[in-house]
Design a protein around this ligand. Structure first.
Ligand code: ADP
Ligand code: ZN
Length: 721
């Protein structure tokens, strides 16, 4: 090759042509550095015919500067990047960026310097240094990361290096990972598990595209089954990607993985420290990383020889990314498997309706695990009608639920209360004048957190202390909390059962791997009697002594007009119910509701999942909603309200007039102000046959907007706010 077309990482320019200097061994997918004006950009060598651009005459081409010492991005990944950009209407280079970790990792291996405490105990310390000493116990990371962890400036830490309190440690970036062993601790599988496993193992051996929906009730051993597929890939020297919806779930996964394979897998997510990221990325591209477990961002890594993808809890909404490139990692995972020609397993006890439809249509092979492992039975589910079994005034737990909890406490068993609302109360107002605390940057109420004594916005993180007096009328001691959050439920339990040991489990309290591990250990060792938690505790955990689950407000998820609300509520409650009775003792679930007749509640009570999916599918079909029709959203935002509105109108005026595509809007978004930006939305509903992306591009591409306006396209949206 003597000339190449590059996909460059520059916000304005996507594609540029260059000359290859003699002696540079360029391939498609090579990562290179090229001159751009007076500066330099990183780019990936791409198939010229796949990137539209103007042919530049040979004489005008500038030469590439350098080829980076990493393997070329493989063709299947380049095709995936193109597909993702095309399908989600996203810039190609924004998608491609997800394949490259940091600029540093591209520079090759070598070493990096981290720092740790030396163990020297000085006699006198400034308060800042003392705080840093406390916070950094047992830590080792770069100065910048340590500064963040200890909440001090980098300057303070550099000072500590100078006085010998911190010492440098040289980290080798290409130091190998211990090898996982396929046969380290093989379980004895039951008949259903064995059948599932045989199918997966055969698919891994065959090495062609094969999507599976592993549909197994909670506690059926889905993990054990896909572990055997992983073992087969390991025996073949292939890499495996396991995607989990939340970092919070990885702790539990790591332990089980290590018990099965002898060593932990590689972790990939946003809070992995920079040296580990660089090391992991390099092991991934060289094919040395055997199993990578991560959140969405692990999906686009350039695995050298990927042999299997597993998406666990595949129904989870958090696989959908709602900023930057708005893609659904579950769906893209299946596309990646297709381009790589490998099997992919989507595991869930409550699959998404979309996945069920694809299984029904024969696109996915459905594998069922209908029973819990080891003779454990599914919990019995009962409904509490809150209109009849009324909680005490100012309380939220019905007498029956309280009675059952007290019995569990007497028997030394555990209870779990689920309420998907962080903090103490969702709304705080002044008893005297009615003033409500609102976020200055978002159209949302501030949520009171009593543990941290602050009012917080759950959208942008804005917070301030709880004032003594009302900011509006100045009355003292007048603020009232309206409605419950988990902290308030925990207070109620404390009042009713003073001797109970209570753990509040939310992203506010359990926000680091260490805290998760601490919680799991406490729960397993029966140091906790009652867990009060948000959706964080609904999945993944296996506590044998947990025999009672109380759903505090089953109606909450059904509010808000989200078109998937029914399905989501069903999944969430079925998942949390699945935490009960996983050991030898049977479990019981009590669901508090004001609408016992609602189809979701009925389906949960009767255990008739199929009927629920059928009814849900029917109403989606009527509404031409996914998977029967298609949706897309356009979100317009600006810091200037008038500007946002004008842009929305501008887009509205250019709306396409095509059969099978229906444009609703523009309308102010339900969250009409978010992080200081005013927002308008369109919802587009189309028949499956419509060329939705082409129509949207043809509609938006010719339009011009002021600099402050952002226009985002969301294909297959999950969020409607
Ligand atoms: P799921 O993910 O389907 O909810 P898990 O994989 O968490 O189920 O399995 C539930 C529990 O049963 C776990 O503690 C797991 O270790 C155990 N288990 C499942 N299958 C086996 C098996 N074949 N041998 C031993 N333990 C098993
Ligand atoms: Zn806010």
């Amino acid at each position: 090759m003597n000339r190449v077309r590059l996909l460059v990482f520059n916000a304005v320019l996507n594609v540029l042509d260059y000359r290859v200097p003699s002696g540079m061994e360029i391939e498609l997918g090579s990562v290179v550095v090229a001159p751009l004006g007076p500066r330099q950009v990183v780019g990936i060598v791409w198939e010229a015919e796949r990137l539209p651009g103007n042919e530049v005459p040979e004489s005008k081409l500038r030469p590439l500067l350098e080829m980076l010492p990493v393997p070329p991005i493989p063709a299947p990944l380049r095709r995936l990047i193109e597909w993702t950009a095309d399908y989600y209407c996203a810039p190609l280079n924004s998608v491609a960026r997800m394949a490259l970790a940091s600029a540093a990792a591209l520079r090759g291996g070598g070493t990096m310097t981290e720092y740790r405490l030396t163990g020297i105990e000085p006699k006198r310390l400034t308060p800042q240094r003392a705080a840093a000493m406390d916070a950094l116990e047992g830590e080792q990371a770069t100065i910048r990361e340590l500064a963040e962890r200890a909440s001090v400036s980098e300057g303070v830490l550099r000072g500590m290096v100078g006085s010998g309190l911190l010492e440098p440690v040289v980290v080798d970036l290409d130091r190998p990972y211990p090898r996982a062993r396929a046969d380290f601790a093989q379980p004895k599988l039951n008949e259903d598990q064995q059948a599932a496993t045989d199918t997966f193992v055969a698919a891994v051996r065959k090495g062609t595209f094969a999507p599976f929906l592993l549909d197994g009730v909670t506690g059926s051993g889905k993990t054990e089954c896909y572990f055997e597929a992983i073992a087969e890939a390991l025996r073949r020297g292939e890499q495996v990607l396991v995607m989990l919806p939340e970092i919070a779930l990885t702790e539990n996964f790591l332990r089980r993985f290590e018990a099965r394979f002898g060593v932990p897998p590689l972790l990939w997510h946003s809070s992995v420290k920079s040296t580990e990221r660089r090391r992991a990325w390099r092991a991934v591209v060289k094919g040395e990383a055997q199993v990578v477990v991560g959140a969405r961002s692990a999906l686009f890594l350039p695995y050298a020889k990927l042999g299997l993808i597993v998406v666990d809890e595949a129904h989870e909404v958090s696989f959908k990314q709602d900023d930057g490139v708005r893609y659904n990692a579950r769906d893209v995972a299946v596309m990646r498997a297709k381009f790589e020609q490998i099997p992919v397993i989507l595991a869930s006890a409550t699959p998404a309706l979309e996945s069920m439809q694809l299984a029904e249509a024969g696109v996915y092979t459905k594998i069922d695990l209908p029973d819990r492992f080891g003779g454990a039975t599914l919990p019995e589910i009962k409904i509490i009608d809150l209109r009849k079994d009324i909680p005490e005034r100012g309380h939220w737990l019905a007498p029956l639920l309280v009675k059952e909890m007290q019995q569990r406490l007497e028997r030394g068993e555990q209870s779990l209360l689920f309420l998907n609302r962080r903090g103490y109360a969702p709304l705080t107002l002044c008893r005297n004048c009615g003033f409500r605390f609102k976020c200055p940057h978002c159209s949302a109420w501030l949520i009171e957190h009593r543990l941290s004594r602050r009012l917080t916005c759950h959208h942008c993180g804005f917070e301030h202390g709880v004032p003594e007096t009302c900011p509006e009328c100045g009355t003292g001691d007048c603020l009232v909390a309206c409605g419950p959050g988990v902290e308030r439920i925990a207070d109620e339990v404390r009042e009713l059962m003073p001797e109970a040991r209570i753990a509040v489990v939310t992203s506010d309290t359990i926000n680091s791997p260490a805290k998760i591990a601490e919680f799991v250990e406490a729960a397993e060792n029966k140091l906790i009697d009652v867990i009060v938690g948000t959706q964080l505790v609904t999945k993944g955990y296996h506590f044998p002594e947990l025999t009672l689950v109380g759903v505090v407000d089953a109606d909450m998820g059904l509010e808000g007009g989200d078109l998937r609300a029914g399905e989501r509520s069903y999944q969430q409650i079925a998942q949390v119910a699945g935490r009960a009775g996983r050991g030898e003792k049977p479990g019981e679930v009590l669901i508090q509701t004001r609408h016992p007749e609602a189809p979701v509640i009925q389906a949960l009570a009767s255990g008739d999942r199929d009927a629920f999916y059928a009814a849900e599918a029917e109403s989606r079909r009527d509404a031409m909603a996914p998977p029967f029709g298609r949706w897309a959203a356009i979100i317009i935002s600006s810091e200037d309200e008038a500007e946002a509105k004008a842009a929305a109108r501008h887009i509205g005026a250019a709306r396409p007039d095509v059969p099978d595509v229906f444009v609703i809007g523009p309308a102010p978004a339900p969250l009409s102000l978010l992080r200081g930006r005013y927002r308008y939305r369109f919802l587009i509903n189309a028949r499956r046959s419509a060329e939705l992306q082409t129509i949207i591009r043809g509609w938006l591409d010719p339009l011009k907007f002021p600099n402050g306006v952002r226009v985002a396209v969301d294909i297959d949206p999950y969020s409607f706010v």
